[in-house]
Design a protein around this ligand. Structure first.
Ligand SMILES: [Zn+2]
Length: 359
């Protein structure tokens, strides 16, 4: 019996390893099909492993040829915003323009679109027990990074690229990619993605933003202050509890992927809406539970959900969440944006005791 079990286990382990690796090297058939015609126009650069090793630095070889990842915040182009173009460090193919570069706060250069979709190849990547879309140079096959759906307007794409896979050339050298399709895919995407706005407050905005950013269909988030009386408040002012503002999150979402009702359900699931003007250890009116509605439909949906929740008996005390019209939203200081992603990656908690002092 025992050797049999060992045999079965061995077969399972080998099979799992094979399956988890195999798709990573197999080109996404959809991407392949859609670009087949155009891609044949690009002359591929092919080199032996030995040739790549000689040509690239050890770190470039590790990232570009062995699909490695440079350490976050270590790359030369992470915090770099000169005007110009980014080329493949392996073959010189133009890949990205500074026009689409932005700070995603995750420690790698981020772009909303490539200069030309034909210069990029997409692959399914099942490594690390998750599914991601790998991005490679279509000409030489160099690993560049991954693309995610959590980018900013107008494409909502987030090309997360390793600095070592790129070579930057400033615009002054006349090498800016003029044939750039930068603006075209962006325009197309603008029309294609319909978006709506939702604003909530549920205690310290660090944790609230982190939680909402995990939801598919949430395109963009911003933390800030709203519902108070002072114009352009600072974090310090809001902390005094005298401005009337709540620490809030403004969400841009794709209603074809997630409904406002589902966002409401989620909102009521992760915080205690029965606590008045506090959330756990965070005490003060700035930590109140609020739905800031942007339309009559949103108002009705929120009121309906509160009624349902009260009827359900899920909470022992009455729901204290205020449902009020959205007023001016003041974006919080940059260091509060995507706080957990930047500093405490993986942590899902709320804020520590007396977070106003810590922040
Ligand atoms: Zn290349």
């Amino acid at each position: 019996m025992k050797p049999k079990i060992i045999l079965i286990l061995t077969v399972l382990i080998v099979l799992t390893a094979y399956l988890s690796l195999k798709p990573a090297f197999k080109q996404d058939s959809k991407a392949e099909q859609s670009k087949k015609g155009e891609k044949t126009m690009l002359k591929k650069v092919e080199k032996t492993d030995k040739e790549w090793k000689e040509m690239l630095t050890p770190e470039q070889y590790r990232v570009m040829r062995k699909r490695g990842t440079e350490i976050a915040f270590s790359g030369k182009y992470n915090d770099y915003y000169e005007k110009g173009s980014y080329f493949c460090a392996g073959c010189g193919t133009p890949l990205f323009s500074s026009k689409t570069k932005y700070d995603h706060g995750t420690g790698w250069p981020s772009f909303t679109a490539p200069v030309d979709e034909n210069h990029i190849a997409y692959f399914d990547d099942y490594s690390h027990f998750m599914h991601r879309t790998e991005v490679r140079c279509a000409v030489c096959g160099a690993h560049l990074g991954h693309v995610f759906d959590d980018g900013p307007e107008p494409t909502y794409k987030h090309y997360c690229i390793n600095s070592v896979s790129l070579d930057f050339k400033p615009a002054e050298e006349g090498v800016e990619v003029t044939k750039s399709l930068n603006d075209q895919p962006a325009e197309k995407a603008k029309k294609a993605v319909k978006s709506e706005t939702a604003t909530f407050a549920a205690g310290c905005f660090w944790g609230v933003e982190y939680k909402f950013r995990q939801i598919p269909g949430v395109l963009k988030t911003e933390v800030g202050y709203t519902g108070g009386k002072v114009k352009n408040p600072t974090y310090k002012q809001v902390c005094t509890d005298k401005t009337g503002h709540a620490e809030a999150i403004k969400i841009t979402f794709d209603p074809s992927r997630i409904s406002y009702e589902s966002l409401l359900e989620f909102f009521f699931s992760f915080h205690d809406p029965t606590q008045l003007n506090r959330q756990g250890p965070d005490i003060g009116k700035q930590y109140r539970s609020s739905v800031f509605y942007h339309s009559e439909e949103q108002k009705e949906a929120a009121e309906k959900m509160v009624k349902q929740l009260e009827k359900s008996g899920r909470f022992r005390r009455p729901i204290a969440t205020e449902i009020v019209p959205a007023s001016e939203f003041y974006r919080a200081e940059e260091y509060h944006q995507r706080y957990y992603e930047k500093r405490m990656k993986g942590s899902q908690g709320g804020c520590s005791t007396d977070s106003c002092t810590i922040k």
